[in-house]
Design a protein around this ligand. Sequence first.
Ligand SMILES: Cc1cc2nc3c(=O)[nH]c(=O)nc-3n(C[C@H](O)[C@H](O)[C@H](O)COP(=O)(O)OP(=O)(O)OC[C@H]3O[C@@H](n4cnc5c(N)ncnc54)[C@H](O)[C@@H]3O)c2cc1C
Length: 323
Amino acid sequence: MDFRYDARTQELREKLSAFLDECVYPAEPVHAEQVAAAGDPWARPPVLAELKAEARRRGLWNLFLPDPRYGAGLTNLQYAPLAELTGRSPHLAPEAINCAAPDTGNMELLAEFGSEAQRERWLKPLLDGEIRSAFCMTEPEVASSDATNIATRIVRDGDSYVINGRKWWSSGAMDPRCEVFIVMGKTDPGADRHRHRHRHRHRQQSMILVPRDTPGVTVRRGMTVYGYTDAPYGGHAEIDFTDVRVPAENLVGAEGAGFAIAQARLGPGASTTACGWSAWPSGPWSCCAGGRWTGWRSAGRSPSRAWSGSGSPSPGSASSRPG
Ligand SMILES: Cc1cc2nc3c(=O)[nH]c(=O)nc-3n(C[C@H](O)[C@H](O)[C@H](O)COP(=O)(O)OP(=O)(O)OC[C@H]3O[C@@H](n4cnc5c(N)ncnc54)[C@H](O)[C@@H]3O)c2cc1C
């Protein structure tokens, strides 16, 4: 396969590299100062909004979205090298160009499977970078790596669905701008191909949109990964859904389509997120010759904030994500 960059990829790589050099890297110390000064660990500092406005002005916006009606219309082959570049500033660059997980997968999901009303209500503000979203699949009670185990119930009741269950590891949900949850649960727990020829086990699940402010939704806590909260980058929340009632039209796609939608979402989303992380050896970790972590940049680009001295990354600092 030919992996050389085509003309469009090359042009976007040059524009994105210039944006990183001229705007994003210089904004990193400003971001760190604003995070330190903010009283709320989850508040996103004002410099991020400035970066987003500048990225949009430069035509670097929603590059991840393959559907040209909503995004740049790039193929995975064209987008992957761009995602790799944003990985050099993983906590600022992806969000600055509105290409940050989990919103990327959630926007793709809404673009591909959402109704017109759902796209208007949720996809539009996500595409504009005004709100954020979370994907609530994993549960504490079941082995969630096999999503057929997901046990949250989504029960039809007249013109509504009623949701009961507990989720955890819902990335982004600690961000106060996270206004909508895409929740996966079972609408037909009895579907089983051994007993019913047309009701396969993978048709038990559905996806439904739950606005964060719906009564019965409780964001219980932010989880930690090796002791790190991932603040202020949205974190990973444990969330209770107790008798949460939403209109029936909040269902995404058809009843029973949840498993297929999850597969469609996780395929490209996971690959392009991985492309971003693949840049770590050339970005944040490139200065790990042993020493104290004082910032994101490689020693070459910003010596004052390189890994310098002895010790280990400090948990809870703006630059503490272990990878
Ligand atoms: C940083 C982070 C962010 C995340 N973000 C999200 C998010 O935004 N939304 C979301 O829904 N989830 C999210 N997750 C959760 C993640 O998708 C799950 O942790 C993952 O799918 C594994 O599920 P589990 O934790 O239930 O592990 P389990 O399924 O319990 O697996 C634990 C171990 O047991 C093994 N195992 C499981 N079943 C079997 C079996 N039958 N036989 C043999 N071995 C088995 C697995 O391979 C694994 O090694 C996130 C997780 C992390 C760490």
